[in-house]
Design a binder for this molecule. Sequence first.
Ligand SMILES: [Zn+2]
Length: 88
Amino acid sequence: MKYKLAAPAYGKTVGDEIDLDYSDPAVQLNVTAGVLIQTGKPGTMNCPACEAEGKKRHTKLADQAEVDAHYGEHHKGLVAPEWKEEVN
Ligand SMILES: [Zn+2]
C-alpha cells in the first residue's frame, strides 16, 4: 500500500509517496511519528503498528476515532498516527 507523507520522513519530503517496508526500522519509528495519509479507498488503511508487528489480520482504520481507539486498546505506548484522507 502506498502512503503519502504528511511530514518529512525517510529522507523524503512532504507529498512524496512511499511504499512502506515494514522490516525497515525507520518505518517502525514512523509508526510513532504519525505521518501517514491514506491514499487508497476509505477504510482500506491498515494499521501500521499491526503490520509492523507482523500480525496476519490487519485492522482497517477508517477515521481518526478508529485510529485513536485502536491504538489506545492495542498499542499502548505508541503515539497514534494522524489519520488523513487524501484531498485532491
Ligand atoms: Zn494495530
